[in-house]
Design a protein around this ligand. Sequence first.
Ligand SMILES: NC(=O)c1ccc[n+]([C@@H]2O[C@H](COP(=O)([O-])OP(=O)(O)OC[C@H]3O[C@@H](n4cnc5c(N)ncnc54)[C@H](O)[C@@H]3O)[C@@H](O)[C@H]2O)c1
Length: 356
Amino acid sequence: MPPTRVGFIGLGHISIHAHLPGLQPLVESGQVELSAFCDVSEEALAEQSAAFGAKATFTDHVQMFEQADLDAVYINLPPTLHTDQVSIAAQRGIHTFVEKPVSLDMAQATGFARQIEEAGIVAQVGFMSRYYSSAEHVVELLRDRTPRHVQVSLFYSGKPVRWWTSRYEECGGSFVENTIHMIDLIRYFLGDIDDVSAFYLWREPGEGPEMMNMPHVYDVNYRFASGVVGNATTSRVLTDANGAGRGEVLIICDDALIEWSTTKVTVNGETTFEAEPKGREAFALQAAAFIEAVQAKDPSRMRSPYGPSLNSLAAVLGANASAERDGQRLALADVEASEVTWNPRHCAGHGTPTLD
Ligand SMILES: NC(=O)c1ccc[n+]([C@@H]2O[C@H](COP(=O)([O-])OP(=O)(O)OC[C@H]3O[C@@H](n4cnc5c(N)ncnc54)[C@H](O)[C@@H]3O)[C@@H](O)[C@H]2O)c1
């Protein structure tokens, strides 16, 4: 089989440190050719094409789609920078990988999902936590059990280092930008979510690091279609306590309190799975699944196809919408249909120069 010709749009952090290294074994074995790189930064293009050996470089994705022969494209852009990249890929029948969150605008994301489905292309979202062996182990543990309760607690620490991931209007807040991974993972374990209700502690102007305008705390309740109830708390309070953060994912059944982490799973305190930290292994497995699905034209080879992943996006954007309505319970069906939306300007009083 000839190599799958892959393009990249966006050569930032996640492309350089995760997806390009993840594809490297497939490049070396001749299954993948890095055919084109696109970034608005000439410097990024020069550095990364030297490091990874792309055949052609572009500063404009429209030109890239017109001039490069591609079978698949990675779209690794911050969520507010999605315009017509997915639409053009779908029109051209180019299989697509999109980093999470695929958009901050639910209507845009569902529009892309429709175009993907109509075009019949393979499309995967970057929820790589589904590819940890520890996640597979939890799926096995749950096979003969009835989960009733799930709890996610994430306490981030340290000062923000980047502008767009520090701003409510640019990334949707830490719950949308980061916790979406764990929300998607508990969906992998427990199925779709039906309802959300959330309370946030909003960051007031002048509180905390200057460029950060996101909430201090996100306290979110979910009801799953299966009846499971859950809570996901995310704290961004510990800005002056570097290294003090921690995270926990608990699934509770009648006979088992299951605790998941990337490298270890315990049941009632006993370790049932342990793996050496293997860096970017999940990204490599995700890349291999994507390329296999593209070559077979079979989305079922992937764990995170685009359409079904929209429930994860609705769960986090719905949390924002509920918190902006003082904890009102919202049906995710209404969030997915964009009948209820969140407002990126909700934090406008907290200093959002990019919007004014
Ligand atoms: N899966 C994960 O664990 C994980 C981790 C980090 C980031 N992400 C996600 O990956 C996406 C990208 O994040 P990042 O950290 O790589 O961002 P980044 O800011 O590091 O990189 C973005 C890149 O896109 C380029 N760019 C901007 N506009 C462009 C355009 N119109 N055309 C082409 N290139 C353009 C920028 O020059 C930059 O090089 C985000 O959605 C983020 O949430 C996922």
